[in-house]
Design a protein. Structure first.
Length: 294
């Protein structure tokens, strides 16, 4: 199986590495020379845009936004018309469901299968091949993509038809953003009263406030090892990316008139955090915003 992987950033590179570890032929492409060099060092082959898709059986994309995905597949230089019939597109980007449906509809008209398969779990899960994939597409397309996704993740869900994966991701990340703010506020409150954040985190995790942010991605430095908060909030999932996903969540809500009051508030809080210079730090750095004395 010939796989072309487009987008070798913080998430894409370890995902591609896991496909290489599965002994599959993977050709990669990224606009960053550093990313391409890192991919080559893992044993991958990197060539130019025109040749990266020659004979591709599967094209996997991990791109930053809806516009990038639309341009890559549908723009003036869009690659969909160049793909051979019977090939498979797996788009792991977090984008608007409308864009996913647009790409999949055109792909099917060209005889190409397409699924949207955004991910959850962050860079640590990408490295450990333990990502969660939320897949939109037909049942047959899901089954076809599943054997590939299983090399990069451990939880593979068929969310529904085309675009459903994006709606699932937007809904999940809106909740994650809200949970991280609430977790930060709760821990900060306890710490202001002299409680040890490690002890408080253990209490929460064994009580009714238990959540993933406390257990797996604690926002307080040195409570957990190997998480962004204990490494200066570097890498991980950037605040600006969380802001992008919150925007997708609120756009999806407006399409169906769903009430998302806390999601709207979370967007306001993360926007303030980004504007104060923390857009490139991990989203758990929101702890630094809520812990500032007023």
């Amino acid at each position: 199986m010939n796989i072309s992987f487009i987008g070798l950033g913080n998430m894409g590179l370890p995902m591609a590495k896991n496909l290489l570890s599965a002994q599959w032929k993977v050709t990669g492409l990224d606009l960053s020379p550093e990313a391409v060099a890192a991919f080559k060092s893992l044993g991958g082959v990197a060539v130019d845009h025109k040749h990266v898709l020659q004979d591709a059986d599967v094209v996997i994309t991990m791109l930053p936004n809806s516009e990038s995905v639309r341009n890559f597949y549908l723009g003036d230089q869009g690659i969909l018309k160049s793909l051979k019939k019977g090939s498979l597109i797996i788009d792991c980007s977090s984008i608007a469901a409308l864009t996913s449906r647009e790409v999949s509809n055109f792909a099917e008209s060209m005889g190409v299968d397409c699924v949207d398969a955004p991910v959850s779990g962050g860079t640590l899960a990408a490295q450990a091949a333990s990502l969660t994939f939320m897949v939109g597409g037909s049942k047959l397309q899901f089954e076809r993509a599943k054997s590939i996704l299983e090399k990069m993740g451990k939880n593979i869900f068929h969310a529904g038809e085309h675009g459903a994966g994006q709606i699932a991701k937007a809904s999940n990340n809106m909740l994650l953003a809200i949970n991280m703010i609430g977790t930060s506020e709760a821990l900060n409150l306890a710490m202001r009263h002299g409680l040890d954040p490690k002890v408080m985190s253990e209490i929460i995790q064994n009580s009714s406030g238990a959540n993933w942010c406390v257990e797996k991605y604690n926002p307080v430095p040195d409570v957990l090892e190997n998480v962004p908060s204990s490494q200066g909030y570097i890498a991980g999932f950037m605040t600006d990316l969380m802001l992008k996903d919150l925007g997708l969540s609120l756009d999806a809500a407006s399409e169906v008139d769903a009430q998302v009051s806390l999601g709207t508030l979370a967007q306001t809080i993360y926007s303030k955090h980004s504007q104060s210079g923390h857009g490139k730090t991990d989203f758990s750095s929101i702890f630094n915003l809520v812990s500032v004395a007023t």
